[in-house]
Each structure stands twice: as structure tokens, then as C-alpha cells.
Design a protein around this ligand. Structure first.
Ligand code: ZN
Length: 265
């Protein structure tokens, strides 16, 4: 699991997400309070097309509907935050060259989806990259190990590399939920992606050298059942989140167990 990282912090340092495009509304300074929409991109081009199977999209949607409430609860330690989940966006075809694309293109697609669906300023988009096509700014392959990042185009967005197919809500394969919940929580706390708020999952995750990722586990009713750095954990669960660091230790790397293994406040 080491080497699986989120690169948002690095990008923030480079001011990568400093909005180059006009925002839908003047940037707010607070946390995210709005609706997240799952994108359904079909990447076309030589070697393609690549897209998520409808069943996998439905699974991620089901996962998001369960994860939104505890993610919101953890995020509220940092300020007023509320995540709801909208219906997945209509499928959109985009063209890639050589089986890859860059974040600048992804930002254009985010803006196009925002306009096509008439999303307002309180919306965000989650893009999942299917295996086979490559975001050159966030490579998982070749030992680089990027799981995802969040940024801001006209609205906030999160990007996650899917590491497999045949997804399940409990993510027993460990191929999407860690990264989706990590980026969702960090985007919720810092929707402007400008370091006005901390990256709240990095300290409890594998971004920190020698750190095994803490995860928070929930039952089918959404009740917290425990935290663990083992996967799978020694107890039954329905779904899990990447742990969110408590504010007092949010800049610790690694953050101590006491700041990572706890029920939603
Ligand atoms: Zn992160």
C-alpha cells in the first residue's frame, strides 16, 4: 500500500489549481456545502474506447450515497460542511490521443459537463479514470502510484484512478473506495484547492512515509463500527472511508492513531 498517494498537496504548492477559468461564482472561502455529481466519461480514441461499466458506475454511486453522511460529519470538524449526492451525469464522450490526457483537458471536460447539466456554484464533479486510459498528470502505473487529486476548474472536482473493475460497495478488492473517500473528504474541506484549508486525509494515509492507511469502517446502516490499518479489518463492515485527521493533527505526517481512528464526531 505504500507509494499510493494523493498529489493534491504537491499541486497546491505549484498553484496548479489556481483557477485559470472563470468560476461559476466568486470563490467562497468556506468548506463545500453542496452536491457531488459522478461523471460518466467515455474516452474515445485509438485503443479505446474506455469507460466504466454501468454496473460499476452504479456501485460507486451507491457507495457515495452511503459515504456522504460520515464524510460530512468528519469534515464539519473544520467548519460548516455538507455533502449530498446528485444523480450521475449523462454520459459524455471525450477524445484522447495516444490513450492519455492531461489535467488541463480534464478541466475543460469538467467545465463542459458543468454547463451541459446547468450545475450551479454549489456543485462538484467526481471523475473516475477507468483502467487502460491514463491521466498523464496523475499516473498510477509505472511505480508512480498516484491514486487521485482534487482541484478546481469552474467548480471543484476530484479525480480518482480506478485500479480494477467489478466493483463492490465494500470494495473488498481495494480498488476505489480509499481514493474516492480521500478526495471527497479533502475536496469538501478545501473546495478551492488553494491551501486555504488542509489536506485532511494525507496525514492518516499512505502519503506519509511508513504510515499504514487508517480507514474508518461502517455497517449497512451507516453506523461506525471501528477503525483499522489492516485491510480487510478483523470485523465485519459494509463500507469504509479513508480516515480524516482531527484538526489538531491535520498537519502531522504521519498523524498519530488518536487523531485518525475515531467515530464521526
Ligand atoms: Zn490528499
Amino acid at each position: 500500500m505504500s507509494g499510493r498517494i494523493c498529489v493534491t498537496r504537491r499541486w497546491k504548492r505549484a498553484q496548479r489549481s489556481a483557477a485559470t477559468l472563470p468560476a461559476v461564482a466568486a470563490p467562497a472561502t468556506g468548506l463545500f456545502q453542496g452536491t457531488v455529481y459522478l461523471a460518466d466519461l467515455e474516452f474515445t480514441g485509438a485503443g479505446g474506447p474506455w469507460s466504466l461499466a454501468p454496473a460499476d458506475l452504479a456501485t460507486v454511486q451507491a457507495y457515495l450515497l452511503r459515504a456522504a453522511s460520515p464524510v460530512s460529519a468528519y469534515a464539519r470538524q473544520y467548519g460548516a460542511a455538507a455533502v449530498t449526492v446528485g444523480n450521475p451525469l449523462p454520459r459524455r464522450s471525450v477524445t484522447v490521443t495516444g490513450g492519455s490526457y492531461a489535467d488541463a483537458q480534464l478541466q475543460q471536460w469538467v467545465d463542459a459537463m458543468t454547463q451541459a447539466a446547468s450545475l450551479g456554484p454549489n456543485a462538484a464533479i467526481l471523475v473516475l479514470n477507468p483502467p487502460g486510459v491514463v491521466n498523464r498528470d496523475a499516473k498510477e502505473s509505472g511505480g508512480i502510484g498516484v491514486l487521485g487529486y482534487h482541484g478546481r476548474s469552474s467548480i471543484p472536482y476530484s479525480f480518482v484512478n480506478l485500479l480494477g473493475v467489478g466493483l463492490t460497495v465494500d470494495d473488498a478488492q481495494d480498488v476505489y473506495a480509499e481514493a474516492v473517500s480521500h478526495e471527497l473528504a479533502e475536496m469538501t474541506v478545501d473546495p478551492q484547492a488553494d491551501s486555504s484549508n488542509p489536506e485532511v486525509c494525507d496525514g492518516c494515509g499512505t502519503n506519509c512515509q511508513g504510515q499504514a492507511a487508517f480507514r474508518s469502517y461502517f455497517d449497512v446502516q451507516g453506523r461506525y463500527v471501528g477503525s483499522s490499518t489492516s485491510f480487510p479489518p478483523s470485523f465485519p463492515y459494509s463500507f469504509f472511508l479513508s480516515a480524516v485527521a482531527k484538526p489538531a493533527v491535520a498537519s502531522d505526517c504521519p498523524a498519530p492513531a488518536s487523531g485518525c481512528a475515531y467515530a464521526p464526531p
